[in-house]
Design a protein. Sequence first.
Length: 324
Amino acid sequence: MKIALIVGINFYEHGGSLYGCVNDAYSVKSMLERNDGGSVNFDCKLLTASSDREKIKRGALKDSIQKLFSTKAETALFYFAGHGHIEATGGYLLASDASRGDEGVSLSEILVMANSSPATNKIIILDSCHSGIAGDAPGKDDMANLTEGLTILTASTKEQYASEEDGSGVFTSLLVDALSGSAANLVGEITPGSVYAHIDQSLGAWEQRPVFKTNVRNFVSLRQVAPAIPLEELRQIYELFPTPGFEFPLDPTYEPEMKGRGEDMPLPIEENTRKFATLQKFNRLNLLVPIGAPHMWHAAMESKACKLTALGEHYRRLIKKSRI
């Protein structure tokens, strides 16, 4: 069982309201609740506050977080978009009724809840100002205190503000893009680490910087999308390249194209052209490269070879160990 508490707060009684947090919460929910293809992923609870009529009070927010992390689940995920505050005593997530910064839900309390949670994996994702302080031990700068299975991903460092742009948080826009498939590996798995890498690469050095803290031993999947190549085809990489550094020999019988073929060249062989189609897919995915030729066509027509890249060797090893 995978559960998620998703919170978006635009309305604040005593401070400046926000504009994109509720939309962000709905976007994250739509990504997390179903995998690509429609299978059930996270069981999501959504809390939003757009006006005085649906405001979220501090007590309700804290109780919901506590219930999330007290549930025994495979993965318990908490996402928050709203105002954040930091002072000498630590960081806070502000509910609609906060009249001052330290009246929010303490990030230190949330850390205690997550650290003591019976869930196997705990994930905290924060799109709020100063959220990078989450996970730090009180009074100990840059010293995270995370139990095994806990991951924290935040929109900015503890010194920075989290920006909104075009009606959405900059961080959450990239998060949703990552979950939609931009951060997937070849087999279609999206992990907290790959989401962070996608966001980190998308933001410049002068922009808000995301923060990633984790203490995990096992692979954690946030969402599954269609793989870049069918798995049964990917598994052929070990059959075609049985040993590290193996060079797969090519000749004109692998190339189905008749154009450019000399009179003395052998004709295509169907079995070889099928293998070549798979090799070309590997090439497009940066799993292999032709040797001594600019393209795979030239490698075949000139009877050269191809070999796996470092990424290709990585997947060959995974398949050899039956991990894919």
